[in-house]
Design a binder for this molecule. Sequence first.
Ligand code: URA
Length: 435
Amino acid sequence: MLMVDLIKKKRNGETLTKEEIYWIIEGYTRGDIPDYQVSALMMAIYYKGLDKRETLDLTMAMKYSGDILDLSMISGIKVDKHSTGGVGDKTSLVLAPMVAATGVPVAKMSGRGLGHTGGTIDKLESFKGFRTDLSEEEFINAVNSIGIAIMGQTKDLAPADKKLYALRDVTGTVDNMSLIASSIMSKKLAAGCDGIVLDVTCGSGAFMKTVEDARALAQEMVSIGKLSEKRVTAVISDMDEPLGFAVGNTLEVIEAIDTLKGKGPADLLEVSKELGACMLILAGKSDNREEAKKMLDKTIEDGSALSKLAEFVKNQGSDEKYVYDTSLFDKASLKYELKAHRDGYVSEINCEEVGNASLLLGGGRRNKEDIIDHSVGIILNKKLTDRVSKGDVLATLYANDKHKLREGSERLKDAYVISSEPGKKNPLIIDVLGE
Ligand code: URA
């Protein structure tokens, strides 16, 4: 086969056969097909799409591109959670210790930032010395000894997705339903959990901008899960403004820690509890969401979720002192306050642009090789429907480079819309599918 023929085939809107999809994925994983040809194919897929059969074949080709984790050495029902991407979305950092504190094992595999969205692995690396590159054995031992481990995708687990994820991040080919569904489901199926809770975000900060698209993506992933005999729950959640107030790796970690101390933003806690409750149900710990949420509340009230986070941070090579004293995290040296140009209400926040502003400050990657700066980011002083007077601080940006601070603040300026009417907030939890 010739890669250029397959690129043209998709460019012309034809469907790829199973053999062709496996040939591409195997060749790309081995390094025989270069990034530039795969980038062209991704762009063709972006415009022409994949049908359900092609999406399933792509998922399975990527799942079997490397090792399949065997978690049978961990007792209990193992439930993983994955988000389709958000801005200020630090729910994993909140719910993983809460769920583990209820006694349900958390064996979670996470990713890095993608496009304008953040990633749990980048966030966790804000803890100095924190190791996300665990071997399979270390991962299993950690879950067996303290009930929680989070690792990055190893080079052997769905390596095709690992390569494609990094490529799509910098080639404008992330926000395609089939590419997202196959990316997420391939690695989740390879990661060996018994159940998967998916947070399918929708709104201006998500890859799916409408509820209809988010629902279609959720259904696609639930049906791929069913075909693989995995229990999958998909929560459709709102991402029309960032979750919480903090955007940027260390700032988000601090907000997550504050949430476990009972001092977090209500929206972040609500979404974290909804997803956590779905995890407890899949794990057989509870049979209804309200009861499960009460169990999670208790882990904050009695401090067990915070102690679990400290234990987890220490167990993966960092120091638990950060959990108890967040002033120890590195801080950015420069600050800029974005102010309201008129009186009114915050009627719109372009959430994707908030993520892009954080990326430009140095918190995300402009190209595959970029090293991110964990300490930079944004604190939103005003959120949707808030009343503002001219001169009020809308958001505070933190950076370590004057040029990047200017770029980030220019980008953020256009993200805020102030009007005479307050506009509206969407419900945070839009639907739950697949239970
Ligand atoms: N998360 C992933 O793992 N992959 C995507 O394509 C989007 C979000």
